[in-house]
Design a protein around this ligand. Structure first.
Ligand code: KIV
Length: 262
């Protein structure tokens, strides 16, 4: 999938399905499932690296994982998340860092924020780097919010989010993620924009949805937000398999003759 094809889906009224992936194995499985947009999210700081938040993820971490995905994905549009401090300091640094993701095969980057990043979005777009915005509960601002809390519930906040969404669109963003905001606000933003909105905890009216792969598969259960629906229970399956393996080795039931060389 290309960026223009991604945008066309909104005009056609076809939902966009996005999931995160951080390595070759899962990128392959995601593509085999027919999902055509992979976000290499900085959520890897939590689900892969085991941190409390995404703030310690580095450019090197993101480039490494993006490369694992882009070297595997054949069809999917791969979007790379710009980590904390890779785009906040100066426009110049932001453009350079965004370009590095395209050099390892990503087709686009995502960054968090509204008015504060509009000049970055404009500059990147001008130089041919497609940018996805991210508004609402933006995890890199977790300390400003005092936790992972729903945003845009108050009228003033909602109006600011609408203004931010319009500003991102005017700056050239090709899409915007709406995270943890009331669904009527997400619907209003979706109707106001010509670019697609991708929701996560933003109700059913967005042009598409995104979930963190490990949440969707039931692999990560340390913190499960209300908006997550586990479509599988792979942690439970993994635990069962590992316990059986341990037991069978202890009891001398594994390996058997059929798992041995002669
Ligand atoms: O990092 C991430 O995985 C994300 C999605 C949850 C939107 O930003």
């Amino acid at each position: 999938m290309t960026v223009p094809e991604f945008q066309k889906r909104k005009r056609e009224g076809k939902k966009l399905i996005v999931v995160t992936a951080y390595d070759a194995l899962f990128a392959r499985i995601v593509e085999e499932a027919g999902i055509d947009v992979i976000l290499v999210g900085d959520s890897l700081g939590v689900v892969v690296q085991g941190n409390q938040d995404t703030l310690s993820v580095t450019m090197e971490d993101m480039l490494y994982h993006t490369r694992l995905v882009t070297e595997t994905a054949r069809r999917a549009l791969v979007i790379a998340d710009m980590p904390f401090l890779s785009y906040q300091v100066t426009v110049e640094e932001a453009v350079r860092n965004a370009g590095r993701f395209l050099q390892v095969g990503a087709a686009a980057v995502k960054l968090e924020g509204g008015a504060a990043v509009v000049d970055r979005v404009e500059a990147m777009t001008r130089f041919g780097i497609p940018v996805m915005g991210h508004l609402g509960m933006t995890p890199q601002s977790v300390h400003r919010y005092g936790g992972y809390k729903v945003q845009g519930k108050e009228r003033e906040q909602a109006e600011a989010l609408m203004a931010d969404a319009r500003a991102l669109e005017s700056a050239g963003a090709f899409a915007v993620v709406l995270e943890a905001i009331p669904s009527d606000l997400a619907q209003a933003i979706t109707q106001a924009l010509t670019i697609p909105t991708i929701g996560i905890g933003a109700g059913p009216h967005c042009d598409g949805q995104v979930l963190v792969l490990y949440d969707l598969l039931g692999l990560f259960d340390e913190f499960v937000p209300k908006f997550v629906k586990p479509y599988a229970h792979l942690k439970a399956d993994a635990l069962q398999a590992l316990r059986r393996y341990k037991e069978e080795v202890e009891l001398g039931k594994f390996p058997t003759d059929s798992e041995s060389y002669h």
